[in-house]
Design a protein around this ligand. Structure first.
Ligand code: 13P
Ligand code: SF4
Length: 337
């Protein structure tokens, strides 16, 4: 299921058998799967009728994976958005991701099934404050370049020289000519990048509420019981958590790592949805999860995805000047990575 998704065969009983593998906590029942099955059939028919594709982030609900044409991390989804031939993109993810799809596809209709699906990291910075900070720092560092994590709004991206994601942040910083980088808005990712580069990283004080709440004590407690476990952590985690990781990876980086590794037991230190994807794809391996949910990601439901296609809602629009500025920073990221 990496990237392009195979169409799953079967009826609602097959769907139940697939999803029940996630265990009791996921609470799938034959009845709920029968409802999902009907919604899935209708979504597939509407996709054909509307010439629509569904792009889904790795943290989405498992039943959403069933209707997705592509599942991935932020970088893969942004890349995929540049290759869409359909007229409509339904984005099952959070607002900044749907915006990225719109920035790269100004002539297509981009829908987000629930407009409340935001991001605490994207909310931690606004374009005006960034412009002011940039001006201040340019007095001290005339070569300053701004790198904006893709978890930002379009107008923040428009203030940046380049965007990056969790999978290419170090690469983008190293590829820029500037020695001084204002890296926004994730302080944890900025600290991680600083450890991996000899450039000077100036950070912002934003963080992801999901990853920032994970503590080293929680990781150590698992490692004490299962000393052989491989710890995979997302770079949005705190530095003292990353120190305990065997690998620091983006969400899709974790999927590839688990597929290629000889190890059979992993502690997945990121949002819980990724463990669902891992369990569905590698039933022969064991994945222990951090049990942290991103309530923004989980606002997107199968019912709302169906409603989005039925009523062609909620459309993402952007002022053209902002869109163009943000596109420049995103294209720079593609060029450098
Ligand atoms: P990835 O790009 O690694 O999927 O991360 C996105 C995100 O929102 C992490 O919280
Ligand atoms: Fe934003 Fe964190 Fe949710 Fe990712 S997990 S969408 S960074 S709040």
């Amino acid at each position: 299921m990496n990237g392009e998704v195979e169409v799953q065969q079967g009826d609602s009983q097959h769907l139940y058998e697939r999803l029940a593998r996630l265990g009791d906590w996921a609470a799938y029942t034959p009845e709920s799967c029968a409802r999902f099955y009907d919604a899935i059939q209708e979504i597939q028919a509407l996709k054909r009728e509307r010439r629509a594709v569904i792009l889904a982030h790795n943290y989405q609900r498992p039943e959403i994976f069933e209707v997705a044409d592509f599942i991935g991390d932020s970088l893969e989804l942004a890349r995929q958005a540049t290759q869409v031939e359909a007229d409509v993109i339904v984005f099952c993810g959070v607002h900044f991701m749907a915006e990225t799809a719109k920035i790269l596809n100004p002539d297509k209709t981009v829908l987000l099934p629930d407009l409340r699906a935001g991001c605490s990291l994207a909310d931690s910075i606004d374009a005006e404050s960034l412009a002011a900070r940039k001006e201040e720092l340019r007095v001290l560092y005339p070569d300053l370049a701004v790198v904006a994590y893709v978890n930002t709004t379009a107008d923040v991206k428009a203030e940046a020289d380049a965007c990056c994601t969790s999978s290419n942040a170090v690469k983008i910083v190293n590829a820029l000519v500037s020695r001084h980088i204002l890296f926004v808005p994730d302080e944890n990712l900025a600290r991680y990048v600083q450890q991996e580069t000899d450039k000077t990283i100036l950070s912002w004080n934003g963080n992801c509420y999901v990853h920032h709440q994970i503590t080293p004590e929680q990781i150590t407690a698992v490692k004490e019981k299962l000393p052989h476990i491989q710890v995979l952590a997302h770079p949005e985690c705190r530095a003292d958590v990353l120190e305990l990781a065997d690998a620091v990876l983006s969400t899709s980086g974790m999927v590839r790592y688990a597929q290629e590794s000889d190890a059979t037991e992993f502690l997945v230190v990121t949002e819980c949805g990724l463990s669902d994807r891992l369990l569905l794809e590698m039933p022969e391996k064991k994945f222990y999860k951090a049990c942290k949910l991103c309530h923004y990601m989980k606002m997107i439901t199968l019912e709302d995805t169906l409603a989005a296609l039925r009523h062609m809602r909620f459309e993402i629009t952007l002022p053209e000047e902002v869109r163009r500025g943000a596109e420049k920073a995103l294209r720079k990221m593609f060029e450098l990575s």
